[in-house]
Design a protein around this ligand. Structure first.
Ligand SMILES: Cc1cc2nc3c(=O)[nH]c(=O)nc-3n(C[C@H](O)[C@H](O)[C@H](O)COP(=O)(O)OP(=O)(O)OC[C@H]3O[C@@H](n4cnc5c(N)ncnc54)[C@H](O)[C@@H]3O)c2cc1C
Length: 480
């Protein structure tokens, strides 16, 4: 019997698991996917917003501003990447200036520190590529950028270090309330028992709700956002997160420097009926290009190395919905977590944990360790350190991914680590093999072979991303 089953291993489920692992409780995180953070958490703008946008008084506003500050602690404890870019919200008309002043007041009301307004002359020094008609900007120095997948991965790794468990490819298909807790059915087959459930299922959180007789007032209205990713050699084209004025579709199309040097351009915003259709569309991408051109001149779109889409778990409730179910006590919904959910995540995790522990007390552990050791890529080590490692294991000398300079030994470690992966994309996320300019064109087949050798599976059974997504279907040439 678990004390807590957390449904969903996105940034919300994993950070809650880490917070709850401060207590003497048996915790399990489940995800339908083949890895942590394969939902909204892998496909977003990666911005740790300052908090100028949410309506004052909402949970979004309070937890965004608090979460932004908490990322500084996460950086120290979990060794996650954090780029302190600051942000500029750009105004081009007199009407925009009125809006900009309103946003400044709103930011100050929300408690955002160091907010200011700057004119074109100062602006052009900071960002020489902005459009000619930009006249003023709201400056938000506390805006940062992270690598969201790694934050969730690190939080889960640290929660596991502190006793929590994670199970991938575990789709929750039914929930039954019993006197002493819940029976949770996985993949229509296996059952697991738990005293409490935390629903952190992202776009599917309303479907978890309907597995019980709960009538909590939220439903998810999935909203797609599409992006272009510019090559890392565009680094420096912009140094700040650049926002346009917000409109009825949200914060608009942004230019965002990424922690690995790329520039992200997007997202679009369109309601969709299919919650897991992550295909990009010609309309979506052309919307992104048109709107991005209003922010900056000569954006190097020719350097686009890939496109992707993410789906926001926007809700009919209008704010984050974080409550224990009235009809089904012991079931906690952490739902409707769209933007700024990545930013707010550490604050949401602390808020949920306080709510849960107040309702169902557990003693605090005396030996909780908040530190996740810093991961190092071989390419970033100094020469002397590299030589020592190569002497110990010459697979460090075999560079598999030429673009990102990732070695065979690093790929093997990523397969066998405590949060190891046996999919092509799982390896890419862990050690960046295939994340460079050629996007795996050179190294993917080599990674495939290494996974097959290390796991003992045939090449045709190695998945690209999710379960049953092999790249190879059958042999086409037989060598004797
Ligand atoms: C286009 C876009 C841009 C964004 N930009 C930003 C930004 O710049 N800054 C910011 O702060 N926020 C941003 N957000 C919002 C942020 O990404 C989300 O708020 C955050 O990732 C939500 O995390 P989550 O854990 O709730 O959801 P998810 O990451 O979606 O995790 C939910 C998990 O639940 C699992 N799951 C679902 N159903 C089941 C089931 N039945 N059984 C088992 N597992 C299940 C899924 O597989 C998934 O992994 C953006 C979102 C999008 C889509």
């Amino acid at each position: 019997m678990y004390d807590f089953i957390i449904i969903g291993a996105g940034i919300i489920g994993t950070t809650i698991a880490r917070e709850l692992s401060r207590y003497e409780a048996k915790i399990l995180v489940l995800d339908r996917s083949s890895d942590v953070a394969n939902g909204q958490t892998i496909a977003n703008s990666a911005v740790i917003h300052s908090g100028h946008d949410p309506e004052p008084g909402t949970l979004k506003a309070t937890l965004c501003v608090r979460g932004n500050a908490m990322y500084d602690t996460l950086e120290k404890e979990l060794h996650i990447p954090l780029l302190r870019t600051g942000a500029l919200v750009l105004a081009t008309t007199d009407e925009d200036i009125n809006m900009l002043n309103m946003l400044k007041d709103r930011a100050e009301t929300n408690g955002v520190p160091e907010v200011g307004v700057i004119g074109r002359e100062a602006l052009i020094k900071l960002e020489p590529n902005i459009q000619d008609d930009v006249i003023m900007a709201l400056s938000l120095p506390t805006t940062k950028v992270t690598y969201p997948w790694e934050v969730a991965f690190a939080a889960m790794e640290n929660a596991i270090q502190n006793g929590a468990e994670f199970k991938k490819n575990h789709l929750v298909t039914a929930i039954e309330r019993q006197d002493d807790g819940f029976v949770v059915t996985i993949n229509h087959q296996e059952t697991l028992m738990t005293k409490h459930i935390i629903n952190a299922a992202g776009v599917f959180s309303d479907e978890i709700k309907t597995m019980t007789d709960d009538d909590a007032p939220f439903a998810i209205k999935a909203r797609k956002g599409e992006y272009l990713v510019l090559d890392a050699n565009c680094k420096g084209f912009v140094d700040h997160v650049l926002y346009p004025m917000p409109d009825d579709k949200g914060k608009g199309v942004l230019l965002i420097p990424q922690v690995h040097g790329n520039i992200l351009v997007g997202p679009s915003s369109a309601y969709v009926s299919e919650k897991d259709n992550l295909k990009t569309t010609a309309d979506g991408l052309s919307y992104v290009v048109t709107h991005a051109k209003r922010i900056a001149k000569d954006i190097p779109f020719k350097k686009t190395i890939r496109t992707f889409a993410g789906i926001r778990a926007s809700s009919t409730y209008g704010d984050f919905y974080i409550h224990e179910s009235k009809k089904t006590p012991g079931l906690f919904h952490v739902a409707g977590i769209d933007s700024p959910g990545l930013t707010a995540a550490p604050a949401i995790a602390a808020h949920v944990t306080e709510m849960v522990i107040n309702a169902y007390p557990y003693p605090k552990k005396t030996d909780f360790n908040p530190i996740r050791e810093k991961p190092h890529l071989f390419r970033d080590l100094d020469e002397a350190h590299k030589q020592v490692l190569v002497k110990k294991d010459n697979r460090y000398a075999n560079v598999i991914c030429k673009c990102e300079q990732i070695t065979e030994k690093e790929i093997i470690d990523a397969i066998h680590g405590p949060m190891g992966s046996d999919t092509i994309k799982g390896i890419k996320k862990r050690v960046r093999a295939g994340a460079g300019l050629c996007q795996g064109g050179y190294c993917e087949s080599k990674v495939l072979k290494i996974i097959a050798t290390e796991t003992g599976k045939p090449l045709t059974k190695i998945d690209y991303y999710e379960k049953d997504t092999p790249i190879l279907w059958r042999e086409t040439k037989v060598t004797s």
